[in-house]
Design a protein around this ligand. Structure first.
Ligand SMILES: Nc1ncnc2c1ncn2[C@@H]1O[C@H](COP(=O)(O)OP(=O)(O)OP(=O)(O)O)[C@@H](O)[C@H]1O
Length: 187
């Protein structure tokens, strides 16, 4: 990537976990992109962050890394059905991409489970998967997410699971709100 001019990862004011540094090394990502060096320190100090950056500027890692760091720093470890982070993204393709990146990093953190909740499959399969494997990080498109909140009768109480939420990411929020007529967010 061309635009990785913002210093090495170890120049961040907060030290990243060794396993994250190792994964970055394996990926060959020696330097941060501007959006990463701007967002990661704020995120890790639990600030609200709104970032606007062009496609391909490395936004995904700017929230994937802090999510893992924030969940690692929790005093009460997340249990199987406790969701600590929710990423909402407008398209299935974006959700898949984020899940792949998250998966690369979670290989070294087997204590965390992620689940991808997107349309195009039978929602009952998602309910069963969630109940069976649990999930601490949700990556979802809005429609399927809303569906999952209505599955108490099928044995999934998502409202209860998200009581432990620490991080909410609205990826491509402008696009999501352009497409969405179900909520009261106006931009
Ligand atoms: N620090 C880095 N060094 C080198 N490559 C990187 C770095 N961060 C991300 N990349 C790579 O750059 C590409 C674009 O990153 P990413 O998909 O996160 O961008 P984005 O801003 O989220 O794009 P989009 O708006 O399309 O979602 C990916 O292939 C990713 O692996």
């Amino acid at each position: 990537m061309e635009n990785t001019t913002e210093g090495k990862w170890d120049s961040l004011p907060v030290k990243l976990h060794d396993s994250i540094m190792q994964t970055l090394d394996e990926l060959g990502f020696t330097h941060m992109t501007p959006v990463q060096s701007a967002c990661i320190p704020l995120f890790m100090r639990n600030k609200d962050v709104a970032a606007e950056a062009v496609t391909g500027s490395g936004k995904t890692l700017a929230f994937v890394i802090p999510i893992i760091e924030i969940l690692l720093k929790r005093e009460d470890k997340l249990k199987k059905m406790q969701v600590g982070a929710l990423i909402v993204t407008p398209t299935r393709e974006l959700a898949l991409q984020i899940s792949e990146v998250m998966g690369q990093f979670l290989k070294k953190f087997p204590q965390f489970r992620q689940i991808l909740l997107i349309g195009g499959s039978n929602p009952i399969e998602d309910v069963e998967k969630f109940k069976e494997q649990g999930a601490n990080i949700l990556i979802a498109t809005p429609g399927r997410l809303e569906d999952m909140f209505r599955r108490k009768a099928d044995g999934l109480d998502l409202t209860l699971s998200v009581k432990h939420l620490e991080v909410l990411v609205l990826d491509e929020a402008d696009l999501a709100c352009d497409n969405c007529c179900k909520c009261n967010i106006y931009m």
